[in-house]
Write a new protein. Structure first.
Length: 146
């Protein structure tokens, strides 16, 4: 989720420009990742050999994320599904290492294809608390978009 407030999904002039079409993704809050890490580090024996695929509680599109951000900021927000090659080239030209650009290509292709991550209960299974929703993240983070 923090990619929407701190990184490559951060809106510019009311637009989130990323080549994800209308593919859904179960975006996760970094606070949930940290909570799982803390629990597993505090009780390593209880998690030895476990494999977790951490997700947020719902799969949403970038367009839906833009609508949620608009709702908490009161400002118009939209998703612009740009050309993937142009987008990757632009990120590399802006200083992103080419290897990371290729990883972003793969990630956006996965989301656009509809094969993005699907919600699961791994966060709650490990921490005992449900994962943070995108709406809750947006309310907490609204200042980043104002």
């Amino acid at each position: 989720m923090q990619n929407f407030s701190e990184s490559f999904l951060k809106p510019v002039a009311g637009t989130i420009a990323v080549p994800t079409d209308n593919g859904p993704e179960a975006f996760i809050d970094a606070e949930d990742i940290a909570a799982v890490a803390a629990v597993t580090l505090a009780r390593p024996d209880a998690h030895a050999g476990a494999a977790y695929a951490l997700t947020g509680p719902e799969a949403i599109t970038v367009s839906e994320a833009a609508e949620i951000i608009a709702g908490v900021t009161g400002k118009p927000m939209r998703h612009n599904d740009v050309d993937r090659d142009t987008w990757v080239e632009g990120t590399v030209a802006a200083g992103v290492p080419s290897e990371y650009g290729e990883m972003l290509r793969m990630l956006t292709e996965t989301i656009a294809s509809g094969r993005g991550s699907r919600p699961n209960d791994d966060v709650e299974k490990v921490t005992g608390a449900p994962p943070i929703s995108f709406a809750d993240f947006a309310r907490r983070t609204a200042q980043a978009w104002k």
